[in-house]
Design a protein around this ligand. Structure first.
Ligand code: FAD
Ligand code: NAP
Length: 681
């Protein structure tokens, strides 16, 4: 776990009538709102602070009394810093800001503050924020308020500067340092030994995308070799500005109308599932079978492209044409100009339709970015992230949260890569496949598909969450034209747009050609999509051939809440009523969690595989005795793996065989194409 300790600073006050104290207390109280911790002390409480070793910024608030005298509770402090024996570098490590309170109606205005300031400077301390001289004669607030307003930025900048100075110093002397780029409180101390410096790191830093903690920040690094550059890219101004209207090679794709958009989930569901109907009647080559999927071609988000152009300093060249050629002297083996980058398209088109600008930067890309990063702390962090030693941090801060190059460039502001580097390292913008969730027999000329709007949460390096590229784009395209089930469709619904698609037939994930073969379908969440197609097709076939023999069908479906995300509930129950679906086994993974103590819920299976286990005998009968088939669709990362494990367990138990034999049986089923998966993740 990262250590979540806030950066600290020190507030010291000397106050006669309480005004300076009250201002100092206000600063300390407000610190939290700025993500900081203030150590507040009165100047005479010298057991509570130690300026000789203080590495954090120090804020003094002092008033003046009498004829320019220090307040009583600052008297000793002022006396102590006036000692002639102190050397001129006594406070060399100290960073301070000072607010002096006084009254111009009296002699020696702000004298205490001025004395402290003069001595601090004589002793080598550095001012991090201009001193404020507030005059009670005209109203302290005239100076105090704006001074306080600017203080927070100054403290943060000071913390940041101290961190990098401290790091640079320590690196120079070979010591290891935390590399927080923002608020690390480290000393730029003149102490001569590392051991002297250690106590000057009182702040434990929170590890983040831009900041590492020991041991990584102390480690020497094995950094990959710099990937050789291989492209020459030039931009040419053109006379005519082209309109960005669609993907590459759009003439080979189908531009189909979205004819319906229905939200399948309730507003309070964990994920939002939508069903889109496409009108494919004009495209015979889009004729599909249940089990097929098709590709949706979506652009990168305009705002992100725009942001990236600005970040690359190319906002004024967005309409320039890009020419790419192979670097003559490149050392990259087998280097080629990427086939997915056409010649003579505009920079805007290139970033909108050709490159996956949200792809997670690979370590080689990070390595190349190091060369274009000015700030040494940021360079070090990028080196860490691509190093062998930083593999865990790379996974945690880059790979797992799916950080994009734009997010990375925002987090590392001194990194300014050339366009060429992005073109060399960003992969092709991929189309997104979706399973057909309909049968053309039930819906001639139409194709249905269902998807969850992917929500990618905020993380270190991404202040706000974002939606998946394609699902977020589709979501925006169809709103406000979405229909909610149970609500009457309005004849004045806004027109829905067209999208570019192409079919990608699947030759094996198909219902058994012989209708008498029994089969089992496992599809939680949107994984149910192809099975809706299977069942619609089967229902139509049953109606056409009432005398034909149809084998048993089983569907194992799972979702989170019965009332919120039970996709296709009515249609599935209808299949059961008509006899098209022999057994519908549904589980709700989060319903029973909420009332766990009740006896009924305790027995409730949570996931599809638990229902498979409850029906082990039928599963083995169908698969191993009746030559039936089993289909799994949906999430590959967890669900499909767990279902596979469960099938092994079922085979072991039901057939009384060992692990190896169960594996062989399952592998045999795969080979015979009787255990089929269409999974993603
Ligand atoms: P992207 O922008 O591509 O983002 C998705 C990526 O974001 C993930 O790969 C992951 O790296 C990352 N991510 C997601 N959640 C998080 C998180 N919490 N934290 C960090 N990173 C995260 N999908 C359907 O909904 N319905 C279907 O019928 C369907 N059929 C498919 C059929 C096939 C053959 C295949 C291969 C995939 C299918 N998919 C289906 C998946 C679909 O193609 C898309 O991948 C999916 O919709 C997400 O696309 P996107 O562009 O919105 O998300
Ligand atoms: P989901 O997030 O997978 O959740 C559906 C249900 O599965 C929830 O009740 C969830 O429960 C449960 N679940 C979680 N972990 C599980 C596990 N280890 N084993 C079994 N069930 C588990 O549903 P979804 O969002 O619709 O996701 C389906 C995935 O499949 C998506 O990524 C989608 O893109 C993909 N998909 C692929 C294809 C394809 O390849 N042809 C087709 C359609 C969909 P909890 O959340 O309560 O744990």
């Amino acid at each position: 776990m990262p250590c979540e300790v806030k950066p600290r600073f020190v507030v010291l006050y000397g106050s006669q009538k309480g005004q300076a104290q009250s201002i100092a207390e206000g600063i300390a109280e407000e610190a939290e709102a700025y993500g900081l911790v203030a150590d507040l002390s009165c100047l005479n409480e010298n057991e509570k602070y130690n300026l000789e070793k203080e590495s954090a910024p120090v804020v003094f608030v002092v008033s003046t009394t009498g004829d320019g005298e220090p307040p009583d509770n600052a008297f000793q402090f002022v006396k102590s810093i006036k000692r002639k024996t102190l050397s001129t570098d006594h406070y060399k490590h100290l960073c301070y800001a000072l607010l002096a309170l006084g009254d111009t109606n009296y002699a020696n205005f702000c004298n205490c503050g001025k004395t402290i300031e003069r001595r601090l400077q004589e002793l080598g301390a550095k001012q991090f924020y201009a001193t404020g001289y507030a005059d009670d004669g005209v109203g302290l607030e005239l100076v105090v308020d704006p001074w306080l307003k600017g203080l927070w930025k100054a403290i943060k900048e000071s913390l940041s500067k101290m961190a990098s100075d401290g790091n640079a110093y320590l690196k120079k002397i070979g010591a290891s340092v935390p590399t927080d780029s923002k608020f690390a409180s480290v000393a730029s101390s003149s102490a001569s030994a590392v051991s002297d410096l250690k106590p000057a790191f009182p702040v434990a830093l929170a590890a983040s995308l831009t900041c590492s903690v020991p041991p990584l920040c102390e480690s020497s690094l094995n950094v990959p070799a710099l990937p050789p550059a291989y492209l020459d890219v030039s931009l040419q101004e053109v006379d005519t500005v082209e309109e960005i209207v669609g993907p590459l090679h759009k003439e080979t794709l189908h531009h189909v109308q979205i004819s319906k958009a229905v939200q399948l989930t309730r507003g309070d569901a964990v994920k939002t599932a939508l069903l889109l109907e496409l009108d494919i009647s004009a495209y015979p080559t889009m004729a599909y079978q249940p089990g097929d999927s098709f590709d949706v071609f979506c652009p990168n988000r305009a705002a992100e492209v725009d942001h990236l152009l600005h970040r690359l300093g190319l906002q004024n060249q967005r309409n320039h044409h890009v020419t790419i050629s192979l670097k003559k002297d490149t050392k990259k083996k087998g280097a080629q100009v990427p086939s997915y980058i056409p010649q003579d398209v505009s920079l805007l088109f290139l970033l909108t339709w050709c490159l996956e600008i949200r792809s997670v930067p690979k370590k080689a890309f990070l390595r190349a970015l190091v060369e274009h990063t000015r700030d040494s702390t940021q360079r070090r962090r990028l080196q860490e992230l691509c190093s062998k030693q930083g593999a865990a941090d790379y996974n945690l801060y880059v790979r797992d949260p799916s950080l994009s190059v734009l997010e990375l460039l925002t987090a590392f502001p001194s990194c300014s890569p050339p366009l060429t580097l992005l073109i060399e390292h960003l992969p092709k913008l991929q189309s997104r496949p979706y399973s057909a969730a309909s049968s053309h027999l039930r819906h001639p000329g139409k194709l249905h598909f269902v998807f969850n709007v992917v929500e990618i949460p905020a993380c270190s390096g991404r202040p706000a969450g974002r939606r998946g590229l394609c699902t977020g784009w589709l979501f925006d395209l169809i709103n406000p034209g979405v229909v909610f089930p149970g609500k009457a469709e309005s004849s004045s619904s806004p027109a829905l747009p067209k999208i570019h698609v192409s079919l990608r037939p699947n030759s094996s994930f198909r219902p058994p050609p012989d209708p008498s073969v029994p089969f089992i379908m496992v599809g939680p969440g949107t994984g149910v999509a192809p099975f809706i197609g299977f069942l619609q097709q089967r229902e139509e076939e049953r109606q056409k051939n009432p005398k034909a023999v149809f084998g048993e069908t089983w569907l194992f479906f799972g979702c989170r809440h019965r009332e919120r995300d039970y996709l296709f509930r009515e249609e599935l129950e209808g299949f059961v009523s008509s006899g098209t679906l022999s057994h519908l086994k549904v589980c709700f993974s989060r319903d029973h969690r909420e009332d766990e103590d009740t006896t009924t819920s305790a027995a409730c299976p949570r996931y599809v595989q638990h229902n498979l286990l409850l029906n082990s005998q039928h599963v083995t009968d169908i698969l191993l005795r009746q030559n039936g088939c089993l289909y799994v669709c949906g999430d590959a990362k967890n669900m499909a793996k767990d279902v596979n494990e469960t099938l092994m367990e079922i085979i072991k138990t039901e057939l009384q065989v060992d692990q190896l034999e169960a594996m062989k049986r399952l592998a045999g089923l795969r080979e015979e194409k009787r255990y089929l998966q269409d999974i993603w993740g």
